[in-house]
Design a protein around this ligand. Structure first.
Ligand SMILES: *[C@@H]1O[C@H](CO)[C@@H](O)[C@H](O)[C@H]1NC(C)=O
Ligand SMILES: *[C@@H]1O[C@H](CO)[C@@H](O)[C@H](O)[C@H]1NC(C)=O
Ligand SMILES: *[C@@H]1O[C@H](CO)[C@@H](O)[C@H](O)[C@H]1NC(C)=O
Ligand SMILES: *[C@@H]1O[C@H](CO)[C@@H](O)[C@H](O)[C@H]1NC(C)=O
Ligand SMILES: *[C@@H]1O[C@H](CO)[C@@H](O)[C@H](O)[C@H]1NC(C)=O
Ligand SMILES: *[C@@H]1O[C@H](CO)[C@@H](O)[C@H](O)[C@H]1NC(C)=O
Length: 314
């Protein structure tokens, strides 16, 4: 039996590939195959992390349930992710309920640290970028589309907010955050929006502000809230779909229900705010799809999704 050393078989494989390349007809397909099989610098560039991924206005509800939090959503072009955050003993843990928390899964480890790495990777510092002023976002195909990070505070909001703001420091110091300062709103690579127990008055008082407030979509003009909702406070307004609209997605939507959607969406848009209906029915599939279609037809902005693959191919 002939024993071929690994080194020899590597050399042999290389010679074979070269020979094949020489005898292959110079068609465009052959050229593509050759380049793809090579390590040629001609097909490499620094910001390939999200190459060919088109960002979509989809919100990844309970993102930390995905196979890989954050990354699964990004791989599907999902431009908004949500982390449920619990402050315990000074640490921000991420999970849907107490039983789901682990010491390893924190706001920093699952979201802040990976985002720093990703955005630094999208912004190489070299001789070509010395004069560039803006920061590229996570999506290579659409560098100006920010990633929306929803922070759903599960414990006391007034207590948790300072810890969250501190955890955001690595993103803040690098200039990656959408910020409202001195009357100017500057869009960054990441827009952080507080929801859940996020404390409205404390968020309103932030100056500069890089933690925004998920406004109540059905109460944008409710004077009892003593708040002027606009894009400098709330890039997003949300409401629970069931109580606000109620259509099951089966049979025809009524004119009243459709008008309710349009009225809410239009009011948000008149303030420069994007709308999101959460807890839309997920089943049966045709009902889920009918509701998504209706919301998009009526101008709503974010699809709230548990099944990201379904939403991204919708
Ligand atoms: C919080 O600290 C107390 C006292 O050290 C400890 O008993 C408890 O297990 C800690 N809880 C968590 C979630 O780490
Ligand atoms: C950056 O700006 C300087 C000064 O205007 C210019 O000389 C240089 O060529 C620019 N570099 C690039 C990569 O555009
Ligand atoms: C805010 O934006 C205006 C218009 O672009 C600019 O003139 C002003 O200097 C900015 N203010 C600050 C504090 O950056
Ligand atoms: C808010 O707007 C809705 C829809 O236009 C309207 O029906 C409602 O009366 C308004 N509420 C207040 C307090 O102005
Ligand atoms: C409304 O909010 C302002 C600023 O946040 C505060 O100074 C004022 O006391 C509030 N008024 C009421 C009636 O809550
Ligand atoms: C549902 O809407 C379609 C299209 O507008 C219409 O043709 C149909 O008659 C409606 N069905 C019912 C039960 O109203």
């Amino acid at each position: 039996m002939v024993v071929i050393s690994p080194r020899f078989s590597r050399i042999f494989a290389c010679l074979l590939a070269c020979a094949q390349a020489c005898i292959a007809k110079p068609t465009v397909d052959n050229q593509i195959t050759m380049l793809e099989n090579s390590n040629s610098p001609l097909i490499q560039y620094p910001t390939q992390f999200t190459q060919n991924i088109v960002p979509k206005p989809i919100h990844s509800h309970n993102d930390y349930w995905r196979d890989v939090p954050l990354f699964t959503a990004l791989s599907l072009g999902v431009a908004s992710v949500e982390a449920d955050v619990w402050l315990m003993n000074g640490t921000l843990f991420v999970g849907h309920e107490l039983a789901a928390l682990t010491p390893a899964r924190t706001f920093e480890s699952l979201y802040i640290n990976p985002l720093v790495t990703i955005i630094e990777g999208q912004n190489p510092k070299d001789q070509f970028t010395t004069n560039q002023t803006g920061i590229n976002g996570v999506f290579d195909m659409a560098g100006t589309v920010p990633l929306q990070l929803l922070v759903d505070i599960k414990t006391d909001g007034v207590e948790a907010l300072p810890f969250i703001l501190k955890a955001m420091d690595p993103l803040r110091q690098r200039g990656f955050l959408t910020t409202f300062a001195n009357g100017n709103l500057t869009e960054g690579a990441i827009t952080v929006v507080g929801t859940g127990n996020s404390p409205l008055e404390q968020v309103k008082a932030l100056s500069p502000r890089d933690y925004f407030f998920d406004a109540p979509l059905t109460q944008l003009n409710d004077t009892s809230l003593n708040t002027t909702f606009d894009i400098t406070l709330s890039p997003l307004a949300s409401t629970d779909y069931g109580p606000a609209i109620g259509w099951s997605g089966i049979g025809n939507i009524s004119e009243t229900q459709r008008n309710n959607i349009i009225t809410l969406v239009d009011m948000a848009h008149s303030l420069g705010i994007r709308s999101r209906f959460w807890d839309t029915p997920g089943w049966p599939i045709h009902a889920r799809d009918a509701i998504w279609q209706e919301l998009l037809n009526d101008g709503s902005d974010w699809l709230n999704a548990d099944d990201l693959e379904a939403a991204s191919s919708f």
